[in-house]
Design a protein around this ligand. Structure first.
Ligand SMILES: [Zn+2]
Ligand SMILES: [Zn+2]
Length: 266
């Protein structure tokens, strides 16, 4: 089953479980809504498959897939009508009739992620100290799931993704993964995380003229043997993290995390 079929199938099943008006079935509707949200994300990601490092994608769990979609579609929730017309010469204004190609309904990735996690809490056994009291009241849960259904519906009905945009490629300086991302989105975010789940290194993004520059969020230490400066990605730092000097291969381990305090005024 491809993602388009799967999102429709899951939505349909969730809808009919809700319509049976049996509170015992709400938990099963949640399962179908979660499958539907995953399929919506995978459907969109499939359109960007030539930009995704396959090795990384094979290891993704839903949270990594959500992050990757955010990278590809930073203009979340901005639905666009795509129209095209023939241009006779480069640079010339197009006067011809525009033809509508499709409506690109872009999901708000933040909403998808939040909803996916929130409804996931309804799958757990009741715990008396849980903060999530809404799962104890089936009427409240039903109302919430109806809201989720109406917000998901346009994403289920429409299946068109436009991937035309300004792209930028950069190589993660830690694991070497090639990452293609939407340039406008990177400019807005000012940062990007490597989509290889075993790496996840953070890079800062700055604009210089027309170009984007990527710098690893890192700290540096000096090799005690050969004085080479060694760069350590901040994302990886923890007590016990081992690394070697790229020049003389001396082995090191992060030994201690030191907390410092400073007096603040007022
Ligand atoms: Zn990486
Ligand atoms: Zn060294």
């Amino acid at each position: 089953m491809d993602s388009i079929q799967e999102k429709r199938d899951a939505y349909q099943k969730a809808r009919s479980l809700l319509d049976r008006n049996d509170n015992q079935l709400l938990r099963y509707a949640v399962l179908e809504f979660r499958r539907c949200i995953e399929a919506v994300v995978y459907e969109k990601l499939w359109a960007y498959r030539d930009r995704i490092p396959l090795d990384a994608a094979k290891k993704w769990q839903p949270p990594q897939a959500f992050k990757a979609l955010q990278l590809m579609e930073p203009n979340a929730a901005s639905t666009a009508i795509i129209r095209i017309a023939k241009q006779n010469n480069i640079g010339e204004q197009v006067n011809g009739n525009f033809e509508t190609t499709g409506i690109d309904v872009r999901p708000n990735t933040g909403w998808l992620n939040k909803t996916y996690n929130k409804i996931g809490t309804f799958l757990h056994a009741n715990w008396p100290f849980s903060h999530n009291v809404s799962c104890k009241d089936p009427r409240e849960l039903r109302g919430y799931l109806e809201k989720v259904a109406s917000e998901l519906e346009p994403l289920v009905k429409k299946s068109f993704t436009c991937t035309v945009e300004r792209l930028v490629t950069f190589e993660c300086s830690v694991c070497g993964s090639n990452i293609k991302a939407n340039a406008n989105g990177l400019e807005q975010a000012g940062e990007v995380f490597c989509i290889n789940p075993e790496c996840g290194s953070r890079h800062f993004v700055t604009k210089e003229g027309e170009n984007l520059l990527f710098s690893l969020d890192a700290c540096s230490v000096k090799c005690q043997e050969c004085q080479t400066i060694i760069t350590l990605p901040r994302q990886k730092l923890h007590v016990g993290y081992d690394f070697s000097c790229p020049n003389c291969t001396s082995q090191y381990e992060v030994h201690e995390q030191i907390w410092e305090i400073k007096k603040i005024n007022g």
